[in-house]
Design a protein around this ligand. Structure first.
Ligand code: ADP
Ligand code: ZN
Length: 627
């Protein structure tokens, strides 16, 4: 994700910490207010004890007296001579039960001025004033906080509609800025066309697409593609991340969704892009741990998607790298029913990406982008963009005018090899092993009669952890498998490990998933399908929750259980040995295809078959040279 040109409208922290801050400010303000009040009122006159008053009075030193209901305020003769501003008055408490009138008379008789107001009684005003100060501080403090938190100075946006949404009138990105991803671009072309010209669709009566799901690893360019769609169609681009919908308070996310669609409707046609939709769109069944707030937000989102009138030209694009955890309701027709795969780039894709990103950069003559592309198998677009930028920075640091090959190579180490991505960028030896491993699978399966056709073999590492994979395409959906078919499947699953062992004499961790799956099949053959020699028709396992996971658990005696284990092992060993023998007999083919895969990184099923059945007319008949 490149965030450098977005300015989030809003940035609020968790409301919980806000409450704490408010409490602290309130307490501080109260303290300050009380202190100010005391300080101001104390400066008016000084408290003395009653004996001081008597002493002054008896020494005939009293100039003025003011009798209040609770105290006597008095001014000595020395003080009364001073200018009014410097006069210091004293006060003392009026003893309970004293007869103030009598006292006043008595004092008056001795020539003391009585009951002129010596000190202005502004304690009431003081009180009010200090409260005003207090609240001013409180209010000021709070709005300061909320401004800091909201970036806007809005108070009480706890339940507000402010999400980290941003809108670009024009993204300025077009398909030219997106390297590779031709299939994705093609699928998105229709959406662009539709945004350009909605009438064309509505006139025929066609329902317009409402949304598409961009599926791919982080950094493969999903955001970029969405922006490019907006750029190509020349419409505004709204973007928000699914995680921004997820808030602590129930209902906040839902109101954000509502406001997002409201705002979008105002400027339609436009694109709404929801990044990381899995954060809100997680399946509501408890397996992935949903919660009320998330559910409400999701419901609101579904409602909005159903609700908006697509003829206005709003298209909702969403990105995820975990489509499997999304709620089925999101993927229903009329919602995000289109799935657009944004692949990790292969050699050509990486080269193109490097070209796009080096376009604005001065390159010296020795730069060979092809070599860099070769070295970066498994890197995604974001990595490559970063690599190029890092190289440019290095050139600047060294005071050069152009980026040279060494800059690129060094940054490759910094950016890609140095990060956690390391494991997905393979060394040459690893690449060779992965290539042989994958061809092992593919070849075993291609040489069998009953196998499912292969669509693609690749050694471009996948973020799921697979370093390469072989993609099979079943011709028809199959509900029944024969024992032979299962055995073929087992052999091709184990073909990967067999090839490693055969060619390099080593066993790698790369085969762990294959072995897991093979064991699973063998286990089912023995315990559920009655396909083992030792147990025959007996099914020692029971299936639980047939409509959920379909996990089977063993339900038999210990002896039977031991036989089960032995049978599974026998089946797996036999299949493994068969696969290995098959590869041994076709070693030249294995080498040839592996080398080809190494250079191309991705090959299609047809390319593979061309090796196995070279396009010579007569060789068609004898396509199975098994054993
Ligand atoms: P995602 O949304 O899939 O995580 P982004 O679209 O945010 O990935 O990609 C991040 C950056 O990587 C982009 O801004 C761009 O610079 C670069 N990038 C990714 N894929 C490509 C590509 N196919 N062509 C050119 N640049 C790419
Ligand atoms: Zn494998």
């Amino acid at each position: 994700m490149d965030n450098n040109n977005k300015k989030p409208e809003n940035n609020d922290k968790k409301p919980k910490s806000r409450i704490w801050i408010i409490l602290i400010i309130t307490a501080a303000t109260l303290l300050i207010g009380t202190w100010i009040y005391n300080a101001i009122s104390a400066s008016q006159y000084i408290e003395k004890d009653f004996s001081h008053f008597l002493e002054v009075k008896n020494s005939d030193n009293l100039a003025e007296v003011e009798l209040r209901h609770d105290r006597i305020v008095y001014l000595t003769k020395e003080e009364s001579k001073k200018p009014a501003a410097q006069q210091k008055a004293f006060y003392t408490g009026l003893p309970t039960g004293s007869d103030t009138y009598a006292l006043a008379e008595e004092l008056n008789d001795t020539g003391v001025k009585v009951n002129r107001q010596i000190v202005e009684d502004n304690s009431g005003i003081m009180m009010i004033l200090s409260y005003v100060v207090m609240f001013a501080v409180l209010f000021g403090g709070m709005s300061l906080i909320s401004r800091r938190l909201n970036g806007e100075g809005m108070m009480g946006s706890v339940g507000g509609n402010k999400a980290k949404m941003y809108m670009e009138k024009q993204t300025g990105v077009t398909f030219k800025d997106v390297a590779g991803q031709d299939e994705a671009k093609e699928s998105l072309q229709e959406i662009i066309d539709f945004l350009h010209n909605p009438q064309k669709y509505t006139e025929i009566g066609a329902k317009l697409p409402k949304g598409a799901l961009l599926v791919g690893s982080p950094g493969t360019g999903k955001t970029l593609l969405a922006k490019a769609v907006a750029g190509e169609a020349n419409v505004p681009f709204f973007s928000i991340s699914g995680s921004d919908f997820v808030e602590m308070f129930v209902g906040v996310g839902a109101s954000r969704v509502r406001s997002l669609f409201q705002q979008a409707a105002k400027v339609a046609p436009c694109i709404i892009f929801i990044d990381e939709i899995d954060a809100v769109g997680r399946s509501r069944d408890s397996r992935y741990g949903g919660n009320t707030e998330q559910e409400q937000t999701l419901n609101q989102l579904l409602g909005e998607i159903d609700g908006f009138d697509s003829s206005k030209g709003i298209v909702c694009l969403a990105a995820t790298n975990r489509p499997e955890i999304l709620d089925k309701a999101l993927l229903r027709p009329g919602r995000f029913d289109r799935r657009i795969i944004v692949d990790t780039p292969n050699l050509q894709g990486r080269l193109d990406t490097l070209k796009v990103h080096t376009k604005k950069i001065k390159l010296s003559e020795d730069v060979d982008l092809h070599k860099i592309a070769q070295a970066t198998a498994g890197a995604v677009g974001a990595d490559l963009a970063n690599l190029v930028n890092e190289a440019a920075l290095r050139a600047v640091r060294q005071g050069r005018q152009a980026v040279n090959q060494e800059d690129l190579l060094v940054s490759f180490e910094v950016v890609i090899a140095g990060t956690e991505k390391k494991h997905t960028v393979l060394t040459d030896t690893e690449k060779r092993m992965v290539a042989y491993h994958e061809v092992g699978h593919a070849l075993v399966s291609a040489l069998e009669k009953e196998s499912t056709p292969i669509t693609k073999i690749t050694i471009v590492p996948h973020t799921s952890g697979a370093l390469g994979y072989t993609l099979y395409l079943p011709e028809d959906e199959k509900y029944l498998s024969t024992k032979d078919e299962l055995l073929v499947e087992l052999r091709s699953l184990l073909g990967g490990r067999a090839a490693e062992q055969l060619v390099f004499g080593v066993q790698t961790t790369g085969a762990s998933n294959d072995i897991q799956r093979a064991t699973d099949i063998a286990k089912k053959m023995v315990t559920l399908y009655g396909m083992s020699d030792a147990l025959g028709m007996m099914a020692p396992a029971t299936v639980q929750h047939q409509y959920l996971e379909g996990n089977a658990y063993l339900d038999c005696s210990q002896e039977t259980s031991a036989i089960v284990d032995k049978e599974i092992k026998t089946i797996l060993e036999k299949c493994y040995n068969d696969a290995k023998k098959l590869l041994e007999n076709n070693r030249p083919l294995l080498d040839e295809i592996s080398m080809y895969l190494l250079t191309k990184e991705t090959i299609t099923g047809e390319e593979l078959m061309a090796f196995i059945n070279p396009p010579v007319p007569e060789s068609k008949d004898e396509e199975t040279d098994t054993e």
